[in-house]
Design a protein around this ligand. Structure first.
Ligand code: PSU
Ligand code: MN
Length: 304
């Protein structure tokens, strides 16, 4: 890690150095994934959920060219309301740092920076994956999870993606995918994708045990822990599927491509489900932050 370009909040550095639990949080969901004003409210809420569990939140972003591991409230507000925030995965770091720009890190960008600081757990809503459609489009999240020693706690991925192909990709590249209290891969808005997983863990302790064995075996890559959305807000698979199909058709008709596809589809699905998708999105983000905090305690505890 290069101190010239990277700033770790002292509270986070101290927590990592003394083996206290820390949970990394991404910022693309704030800048591009949720609408205003819910984005800032949610960003704050996620930090307080982590704190309520006695863990330290580390929201990650690039502010005016500096990689920040841990954002204060002013920075969160700036990021939530700024108009020119670059979406940052590995390829974007040098450009955004070099030109002094502001960038929100995706899951991939977040785990790169978090691992520089020695953080081992991150929480988010959904990871990117293998897209459907003609043009090959694989999220940078996947190779980054395969190469970075971080546990990503999420609700699987949205079925705007090809979930079966995403699981295949993760298998090929050696990423364990764990169902937290479930046997099937969650599909973000819906509790199940119908795709069975090989590994189930029912408690934070058993997830932490798996992680410890994974790292003790010398595995260098990450792990995905999938938590279904809370029952109360979860949508049924068929409701959400028709909204997703419509969004997909419209993206093709509008010629949306590359990194703009995910935010575009998210916005359209919200419109087509009249806000129900937003409620489940916020509920699962909070729930995942809670569970990641509990797991991070177990990981930290088993190391001391
Ligand atoms: N999925 C969501 N909400 C999001 C994202 C994914 O439900 O906000 C964001 C995350 O930051 C994820 C990124 O890492 O989109 C993946 O983008 P892409 O498909 O362009 O790699
Ligand atoms: Mn892409």
């Amino acid at each position: 890690m290069n101190d010239k370009f990277v700033k770790v909040l002292p509270e986070i550095k101290l927590a990592v150095d003394t083996g206290k639990p820390v949970v990394a949080l991404e910022s693309t969901v704030i800048a591009h994934g949720l609408p205003r004003p819910q984005n800032l409210d949610t960003a704050r809420r996620l930090q307080s959920v982590v704190r309520s569990q006695g863990a330290v939140p580390a929201t990650i972003a690039i502010m005016d060219g500096q990689v920040k591991i841990g954002l204060d409230d002013d920075e969160l507000e700036m990021l939530a309301n700024a108009d020119h925030v670059v979406k940052v995965s590995r390829r974007d770091f040098a450009n955004v740092v070099g030109r002094g720009l502001t960038g929100a890190t995706t899951v991939s960008g977040t785990i790169i920076a978090a691992s520089w600081a020695g953080i081992r757990v991150m929480a988010t809503g959904g990871i990117g994956g293998v897209h459907r459609g003609e043009e090959p489009d694989v999220s940078a999240d996947l190779p980054e999870i395969a190469r970075t020693p971080m546990m990503v706690v999420c609700s699987g991925a949205k079925s705007i993606l090809d979930l079966s192909a995403t699981l295949e990709w993760l298998e090929t590249h050696g990423v364990p995918v764990v169902g937290y209290g479930v046997d099937d891969l969650p599909a973000f808005y819906a509790r199940s994708s119908g795709l069975p997983l090989e590994v189930r863990a029912d408690t934070p302790t058993s997830v932490a045990d798996l992680w410890d064995i994974h790292t003790d075996l010398g595995m260098t890559g990450g792990m995905v822990v999938t938590v279904p959305p809370p029952e109360k807000e979860a949508l049924s698979g068929s409701d959400i599927q028709s909204a997703i199909d419509r969004a997909q058709d419209q993206a093709v008709a509008d010629g949306v491509r590359g990194k703009h596809i995910t935010p575009y589809l998210l916005e359209k699905v919200k419109e087509f489900t009249e806000g129900a998708s937003l409620r489940v999105n916020i509920a699962l983000l909070e729930n995942n932050a809670l569970i990641a905090s509990m797991i991070s305690h177990e990981i930290a505890n088993s190391r001391t």
